[in-house]
Design a binder for this molecule. Sequence first.
Ligand code: 6PG
Length: 257
Amino acid sequence: MEGQHFCAVMVASEIRIANNPAELFKAAADEFASLAAQAVHRKGSFCVALSGGSTPKGLYALLASKYAPAIPWRQTSVFFGDERFVLPEHPDSNFRMANETLLSRVPLLPENVFRVHTEEASAEAAALQYESVVKNYFALRPGEFPRFDLILLGLGPDGHTASLFPGTAALEEKHRLVVANWVEKLKAQRITFTYPLINHAACVMFLVSGKEKAQILHEVLEDSNTELPAQRVRPVSGRLLWLIDQPAAGLLSGGTT
Ligand code: 6PG
């Protein structure tokens, strides 16, 4: 893969640029498999939070096929960095997308797949329930934050990530791990990991593909005058990895050689 490493203006990040989406997803699958192997070797388990939207489908399809034998699925636990407040069979459900493209195709232990229970009566109830699942899984004491081995994130055209949208209440959350977040422009409730949770991960991997993301990616990585949600992802003691394809990297000052 054509790659180059340069630090972004905003924060020391590892930025890799793939020639095209196929190479992007291969790079992401390689990283996923490597992190899984390292985590299982170190502590006997791998805990990952998947992202939603459409970009990760290419990665999930690879993980479910060519890469499946390389992943320690029985030692892997899967969470979701965010979810739409819809039932799991709804076309907009991130769980449904991940289940169709990956989870139903690999030998994960069902008890190790933790979806957001969007059957709850309210988004807040679903967020509280999911937060307690995270706390129990990591056996957290009060005030402690979980350390996911990997949190996958995407980048929306407005600079949102997970369901941390510009101008929404969840951006200001400093203590909770998971919150409900009303997104006015979507007229929809979301459930999302918060920055305190995300920023305690061992590795956060953004996957960004396509020409339509070039402008926002330039702003997120190179415009210090903006305050976009994705810019506030800064792991306190973990890796921040941006995997980007050339169409998405088209406006970065480092060029797209
Ligand atoms: C979601 C995602 C969201 C997504 C971005 C990018 O629930 O939609 O978590 O944060 O990653 O919107 O989405 P695309 O990959 O579809 O461009």
